[in-house]
Design a protein around this ligand. Structure first.
Ligand SMILES: [Zn+2]
Length: 127
């Protein structure tokens, strides 16, 4: 007993504390857009692209989903803001396996934030 024998226990205890702290720091129910973009700043660029989309009423209708899914963008390949979001957060993203960015909570939050930045659908087929 004594110094050397108790060292492994002590370090395990420390490791456990760190793990707990990290879990607490990334408490999923308290995940925010700010926290998300600190971890993956490229999300800000995607949000900026969504905010830049305007419905200037020059067309007979506007559809947020067309922009979101990128129906008007040339294919093949990933199109739309949705593919940009899912390339950065969630199970199929470059950050898959990251405790926060790879989670479905992160995906849902990014999805909502970017989609909500688009103008509302107007006189489109999905209304
Ligand atoms: Zn629509």
């Amino acid at each position: 007993m004594g110094g050397i024998r108790s060292a492994p226990f002590f370090s395990r205890y420390l490791w456990g504390r760190e793990w707990m702290d990290q879990r607490e720091e990334y408490e999923m129910s308290r995940l925010t857009w700010q926290k998300l973009t600190q971890l993956e700043p490229r999300l800000l660029e995607v949000l900026k692209q969504a905010q830049a989309v305007k419905d200037d009423k020059s067309e007979r209708s506007f559809c947020a989903n067309r922009v979101w899914f990128g129906y008007d963008e040339p294919g093949p390949g990933p199109r739309g803001l949705k593919s940009k979001v899912s390339s950065l957060v969630g199970w199929c993203s470059v950050n898959a396996g990251h405790p926060v960015l790879g989670s479905s909570e992160a995906y849902d939050l990014a999805y909502r934030t970017v989609y909500d930045a688009l103008p509302y659908c107007r006189d489109c087929a999905c209304l």
